[in-house]
Design a protein around this ligand. Sequence first.
Ligand SMILES: N[C@@H](CCC(=O)N[C@@H](CS)C(=O)NCC(=O)O)C(=O)O
Length: 206
Amino acid sequence: MLYMWATPNSRRVSILFEELGLNFDVTPVNIRAKEQFAPEIVALNPFGKVPIVVWQEKGEERQLFESGAILIDFAEASGKFLPLSQKERGETLSWLMIALTGLGPHSASAHYWSDLAIKKSAHALEYHVNFTARVYRLLDDRLAEHSYLAGNYSIADIAAYPWISVSEWTTLDLEEFPNLANWYRRVGSRPAVQRGMSLPSGITLD
Ligand SMILES: N[C@@H](CCC(=O)N[C@@H](CS)C(=O)NCC(=O)O)C(=O)O
């Protein structure tokens, strides 16, 4: 069972599950309605956030939260999208961490200050947009030489893609980063990515 909402961090996991061909159910957790703080969700993730995965493995129930942990765990278990060789694995983890700790949090903060905050702060907006632009430049430079962030298509691309899909939240123009824009179209042409991005079915973030 994947607990998720129509948000970038959740869709990292639905994309990976679609790529792996897993048969999984989705429980929508409406974060705008604060459903992430319901006792049954907090019991699964004490941080009160999605995504969360609960599944049976060798007759035992397992549960995981934090999108990065879920991506690494399922990639390792399947032997896909995270190379086995130490050198390539390390390189993939470096780019995964850029997506997890740079792209995601600063895009989210740029979104907060550009749209969600009731009390605006031009300084806070500028700080997070500039930081996000620094990450976009890094990815754009990297993708000038590589088709994917870490050699082959991997969980680094899967972690970055849903955040680039909401580039307008950051006030940045994706087309000003042409290699990143081309990568975005390349990754977005994958049927599994399209299916993962359409979950939870029929729900859009308001
Ligand atoms: N680092 C966490 C972040 C998860 C996160 O912030 N999820 C958002 C939705 S994308 C959420 O649950 N927000 C509700 C809240 O923070 O209360 C991850 O990657 O899983």
